[in-house]
Design a protein around this ligand. Structure first.
Ligand SMILES: Nc1ncnc2c1ncn2[C@@H]1O[C@H](COP(=O)(O)OP(=O)(O)OP(=O)(O)O)[C@@H](O)[C@H]1O
Ligand SMILES: [Mg+2]
Length: 393
């Protein structure tokens, strides 16, 4: 919601008026592309039934999005608020028809079209009239007293169209939550299957072998004590192997090092296992909730494993900090770059895990490196415990 700024010093107010005057000039200049985009979309939409309109829409829609976004940013700056989210992104490589369908389904498309109409009529008139007044002689006074109310008025008009309404925001949130809930259910089912498989192939198989060895030993005791002793020996080895397997399964569910040493300590332990120097820096004045901690741990573990497997890096680093209610972890390496979450299952899996907590994972990995993976999860930290620490190996 727009917030009226607190009274400011005269120089700051003059700067703000100058900035708004600049916006007015830009808005007048953007009249032409906005008009063009509106005409292309309107004519393209009308002709789309006879295919002829599709190329017009293919040019008009991106142009409309571009000019609408410029106005969205200017309006938010005039009102001193955050730029509201724009239309949903269309996946890269989506064919034209698919893009058109996505555009048609996004309420923002219709909002932007309505905005374009308002912008080329009322909006343009307001900005132009303001500029003319400013350039005329009444200037000083009009500019001094008029800039802020006029430009804020125009900004509110723009955002009335260019920001999603409450119902649309709630609808989007419900859609996101439905998707992440489905992912969480899938993930939980997959985890259960993995644990079941690990137990079946590991500990269970060894316990079966153990039971057979002991059975044979029992039979052999009377006739061949030597063989019986060897069988009992085998059974002991199998028991240790079964225990190791069970420990590994437990570690995969919730690593004990995480419970004991917290995220920073556990990541330091992971870093020590890598065959290259990894600098770990953490500034976490408390612990995140256990499920978030665990999700972040496995995500960082996957990133570090990827560095070991794919990057060919000489150095890597992990930074963790908590700021403005967001726990952020950055995992970087100076290797070959070219990481692509779509090319495997590891990164996509951890992305889904994070999404369950409204977390995000962004990968910046140009060819030639470096690779920077940024993980962000909104969460509060519990009781202050860990002081800022830094370790490198
Ligand atoms: N740090 C990195 N540096 C360079 N390339 C990377 C890096 N991390 C990932 N990649 C590339 O991105 C791809 C996707 O990684 P992802 O973790 O999703 O799959 P994976 O590691 O190949 O398989 P897995 O499913 O076992 O994790 C990798 O195949 C690799 O080519
Ligand atoms: Mg991987």
């Amino acid at each position: 919601m727009p917030v009226e700024p607190a009274p400011r010093a005269p120089t700051a107010r003059s700067a703000s008026r100058l900035r708004m005057t600049g916006y007015a000039a830009l808005q007048v200049l953007l009249f032409v592309p906005t008009l063009l985009a509106f005409v292309l979309c309107a004519v393209g939409g009308a002709l789309s039934l006879v295919v002829l309109g599709l190329p017009l829409l293919a040019i008009g829609m991106p142009l409309l999005r571009w000019t609408a976004q410029r106005h969205r940013v200017m309006a938010a700056r005039c009102l001193g608020i955050e730029v509201p989210p724009g239309p949903r992104r269309t996946p890269p490589g989506e064919p034209l028809y698919g893009r058109l369908m996505l555009w048609a389904r996004d309420p923002m498309t219709w909002r932007e079209l309505a905005w374009a109409l308002a912008s080329i009529t009322i909006g343009f008139t307001v900005s132009l009239a303001f500029l003319v007044l400013f350039l005329g002689i009444v200037t000083g006074l009009v500019w001094w007293y008029g800039t802020e109310p006029i430009m804020r008025g125009r900004a509110r008009l723009d955002l009335m169209f260019l920001a999603y309404g409450r119902t649309e925001r709630l609808e989007q949130r419900v859609a996101e939550l439905t998707e992440t809930r489905a992912d969480v259910v899938d993930h939980a089912a997959a985890e259960l299957r993995r644990i079941e498989r690990d137990l079946h192939d590991g500990a269970q198989a060894r316990l079966v072998a153990l039971s057979m060895s002991l059975g044979l030993a029992e039979e052999a005791f009377a006739t061949d004590p030597e063989r019986a002793r060897a069988l009992v020996n085998d059974a002991r080895t199998t028991t240790s192997a079964a225990l190791t397997d069970l420990r590994n399964v437990v570690r995969g569910i919730h690593p004990p090092v995480l419970a004991d040493r917290g995220l920073a300590g556990a990541v330091q332990a992971l870093a020590l296992d890598l065959p290259l120097p990894v600098e770990v820096e953490a500034s976490l004045p408390g612990r995140p909730p256990a499920p978030v901690e665990s999700a972040l741990y496995f995500t960082i573990a996957e990133c570090l494993a990827n560095i070991g497997k794919h990057s060919g890096a000489g150095n890597a680093w992990v930074l963790m900090r908590h700021r403005d209610g967001i726990l952020q972890a950055i995992v970087g390496d100076d290797g070959a770059g070219g990481a692509d979450p779509g090319a495997g299952t590891g990164m996509l899996g951890v992305m889904r895990r994070l999404a369950a907590f409204d977390g995000t994972m962004t990968v910046a990995s140009p060819v030639g490196g470096p690779t920077i993976v940024t993980l962000e999860v909104p969460c509060a930290l519990s009781s202050p415990k860990t002081a800022p620490s830094s370790v490198s190996d």
